[in-house]
Each structure stands twice: as structure tokens, then as C-alpha cells.
Design a protein around this ligand. Structure first.
Ligand code: ASP
Length: 438
């Protein structure tokens, strides 16, 4: 019998997880039960995905580059990728700014709501943590992020998932040097990485078999830890603006897929849907990366020479959903707490700050909010009102994080596809027959 496609299995897992979570919030001790007995399944799944991220980047990037035969092609792919990433991020920020200025969600917020949100969240340890993380990042020198890309110890870089850019740097360097030595000498290493790459991609398939169960656990946990629905309601207009912007971004991607890659947008969405659903469930583009790579290579047909570079780099530096959210959130907070700061000059500064902030945001849950602090500080937002500002948006941050992460991953997959098309590396999908099935 033909089994249900993986994305449907995942959707069913998500819906059941939400229903189960709602049911458990009604039962005495239900939330604790979910945290103690259900959540670990989701945590294990995320750990498994993170476990293979470093070996996957290493193997696929080294294989991808050493397959190139000639480095100038890599320069072409690299330059185009960075330019398109910057372009889509600017589009996302501008969409966010236009919407938040036209729809003015900040106007609907009463003093009573501000007081309630301040009382509930301003003293929250997580908000203080985000502000202090932001100040660590801000104190760094302007070129620090370039310095940080260069590892001083390859093994140490590989031992920390936060150092993904260092692993990318090492892999590119090694791949290029493999092209520079005689083929006979690089052959054994190339074979080793080819084989490692195939094994890791198979590991992704195997891990994904657990995805429907894992998303059940992840969403049940999100539901039992969600905030009071009244608070969520007060922020509905703000959240609505972010969501509308994110949907418009999907439309931009679909246009790019149709016009540049000449593929059906619906077909494309179907191919990458398991990665999108996982991004939504995990709120982490880094954890989703192995699945994004597998889907884009095997199901969309992007050649590994392109995807192995474009996707890991995208997961770390290209966050269109996050930058759109940062623009909307920054202006929303200013509309409520500091309307006099909403000058045209400051809005231009927000474009630049959100662009840099999305590059600097880690691909993990909640990272966008840390960098939002920096965006607000860039425009001179009064420091004493920062905790109140974050308190305003904190309650809806998790659901918005889930959505913006989905957009971040969709953006990476779209750019990989159009870059591949532009260099003649978009081929036929290579789906293995048992890929999606148990
Ligand atoms: N969670 C997002 C991601 O991993 C980053 C953020 O916006 O917080 O892509």
C-alpha cells in the first residue's frame, strides 16, 4: 500500500500535537506531563539533526567544491549568492517597513495593555538575557565578524554548532586546495568525502522518519508553554502585520521560482515542504539545515556544487523572515513607546541595522529578538525603555519565530534554486524510492 507522503505525515503530527497540547492544558498536571514525557522526543530529534549538521556541511561542501574542476565557477556562485541574499533581505525589510508604517499596529495599544505587558514580562529573566547577549555582540569591533569566520582550530570549530561559518570557511579552503593539487593525489580524500556525504544524507532520511512524532512532541510543548490568550489577543494587530509581511515574502519567492528558475511554485513548495514544516516546529534554521539540503538536492534537483555552499551559508547569514520581523517589531515598539524617534532617517537606519542584524543572528530559536535590541539601539531608542519594548512583543515571539524561521528556510531554498538555474546546475530531482516512507 502506498504510504502517506512525508509532508502529510508531518502535518498530521503537528495537528495532533496541537490538539494534544490543548487537551493537556485542561487537565491537572497535564502541562508537566508534556514537559516530562513528551517534550524529550522533540528534543532528541533536534539533537539528531544538529548532530549531523557539521559532518554534513564538511562532507557536502568539500565534495561540492572539489567536483567543480575549476575555481572560477565557485567565485561566480559565491558572488551571486551573496548578492541575491542581500537583495532578498532588503526586499523583506522594505516590505516590513511599508506594512508597519501603513497599518500602524502600535496605535491600537492602550496604556492599560502596556502596563499589563510590562508587569508580566519586563522583569522576565529571558528579556534581561537577550539584552545582555546583545550588548556582548555590540561591543565587538566592526570587522570582528570577519575575524570570527576564520577558525584558529579546525577541530574546535567543528565541535561547536555555533561556529558553523568557521566550518564553512575550513571546508571551502580545503575544497579549493584539493582542486589545486594533482587529481591523483586528491582522489582518495575526495572519495572519502563523497562516501561520507552519501552516508550522512542517508542519516537525514532515517532521522526524518521520526519527524511526524517529533513535531507532535514539539508542538504539544509549544502549546502547553504558550501565554495567556488575552495577552496574545492584544498583540494580534502587530502579529498580523508580521504574518502578512511573511506571506508577501513567500509570494516574492514564488515569483522568483517561476520567473527565474522556470519551475512551478506549487511544485517547489511541495518538494521543500518537509523542511518548512520542520523549520516551523523547531524554530531553528540550523537544526533544519540537513533536511533543507536533502530536499533541495534530491527533491528539487539543485546540484550539490551549488546547494552545499548556498544552503549552509544561507542558514547562517540569510534570514529574510527575521529581518522583516525586526523591522516591524522595531517600528511597532517605537510607535508605542517612542513615536518622536520615528523619523525618516531612523527608518533608513533600520534597513541597514536589520540587514546586518539578520546576518549576525544565530540560526536558533529567539535569536532574532537579541538582534532586535541592537536594531533599536542603533536608532537611539532610550535604554531605560528597552525592557518594556521587548515586553510588548515577548508574548507572541515564539509563534512569530516559528513563522519567520519557515520563511528563512524557504528563502535559502529559493536562492539555492535560482542560483543553480543561473549557472546551469538545476537538474532533475533524484528522489530515492524509500525516502519518504517508513
Ligand atoms: N529562529 C530563527 C532561525 O533559526 C532566528 C530568529 O529569527 O530568531 O532562523
Amino acid at each position: 500500500m502506498k504510504k502517506l507522503a512525508l509532508h502529510w505525515q508531518i502535518v498530521i503530527g503537528m495537528v495532533l500535537g496541537i490538539l494534544f497540547g490543548v487537551l493537556m492544558t485542561k487537565l491537572n498536571g497535564g502541562s508537566q506531563f508534556v514537559k516530562d514525557w513528551i517534550q524529550p522526543a522533540g528534543t532528541i530529534f533536534i539533537r539528531l539533526l544538529k548532530l549531523i549538521a557539521v559532518p554534513l556541511i564538511l562532507a557536502s561542501l568539500i565534495k561540492g567544491i572539489s567536483d567543480l574542476k575549476d575555481i572560477s565557477k565557485f567565485k561566480r556562485i559565491g558572488g551571486r549568492t551573496i548578492l541575491i541574499y542581500i537583495g532578498t533581505t532588503i526586499v523583506a525589510i522594505v516590505i516590513g517597513l511599508v506594512l508597519v508604517n501603513v497599518l500602524e499596529p502600535g496605535n491600537g495599544i492602550t496604556q492599560q495593555t502596556i502596563d499589563k505587558l510590562t508587569e508580566t514580562y519586563a522583569g522576565d529573566a529571558k528579556i534581561a538575557e537577550r539584552i545582555s547577549e546583545a550588548s556582548n555582540q555590540k561591543n565587538a569591533s566592526p570587522l570582528q565578524f570577519v575575524v570570527d569566520m576564520v577558525p584558529q582550530n579546525a577541530i574546535a570549530a567543528m565541535s561547536n554548532n555555533k561556529l558553523m561559518l568557521q566550518v564553512i570557511f575550513f571546508s571551502i579552503f580545503m575544497g579549493i586546495c584539493m582542486l589545486l593539487i594533482p587529481e591523483k593525489e586528491s582522489e582518495p580524500l575526495k572519495k572519502f568525502f563523497d562516501s561520507l556525504n552519501s552516508v550522512i544524507l542517508k542519516m537525514v532520511d532515517v532521522i526524518m522518519l521520526g519527524a511526524p512524532f517529533a513535531v507532535f512532541a514539539l508542538l504539544a510543548k509549544v502549546v502547553v508553554t504558550a501565554d495567556d490568550p488575552d495577552i496574545l489577543l492584544a498583540l494580534l494587530r502587530y502579529a498580523g502585520v508580521v504574518v502578512l509581511g511573511l506571506f508577501l515574502m513567500i509570494a516574492v519567492y514564488m515569483l522568483l521560482v517561476a520567473v527565474v528558475a522556470k519551475k512551478s511554485p506549487l511544485w517547489f513548495l511541495k518538494q521543500i515542504s518537509p523542511a518548512q514544516l520542520l523549520a516551523f516546529s523547531t524554530s531553528s534554521s540550523a537544526a533544519t539545515l540537513p533536511v533543507t539540503m536533502e530536499r533541495v538536492e534530491e527533491h528539487v534537483g539543485v546540484d550539490q556544487e551549488v546547494s552545499s555552499f548556498v544552503l549552509p551559508v544561507g542558514a547562517t547569514i540569510n534570514m529574510d523572515g527575521t529581518s522583516l520581523y525586526q523591522a516591524v517589531a522595531a517600528v511597532f515598539i517605537m510607535q508605542v513607546l517612542w513615536p518622536e524617534g520615528l523619523t525618516f532617517g531612523n527608518q533608513i537606519s533600520i534597513v541597514l541595522a536589520a540587514l546586518l542584524a539578520s546576518i549576525g543572528s544565530a540560526a536558533v530559536p529567539g535569536a532574532g529578538m537579541v538582534m532586535l535590541v541592537i536594531v533599536l539601539e542603533t536608532v537611539g531608542f532610550p535604554a531605560d525603555r528597552l525592557p518594556i519594548g521587548l515586553a510588548l512583543i515577548f508574548a507572541v515571539d515564539r509563534p512569530l519565530d516559528m513563522l519567520r524561521t519557515t520563511i528563512n528556510v524557504t528563502g535559502d531554498a529559493t536562492v539555492a534554486t535560482i542560483v543553480a538555474k543561473s549557472v546551469g546546475k538545476l537538474g532533475k530531482p533524484k528522489v530515492k524510492n524509500w525516502d519518504d516512507q517508513l
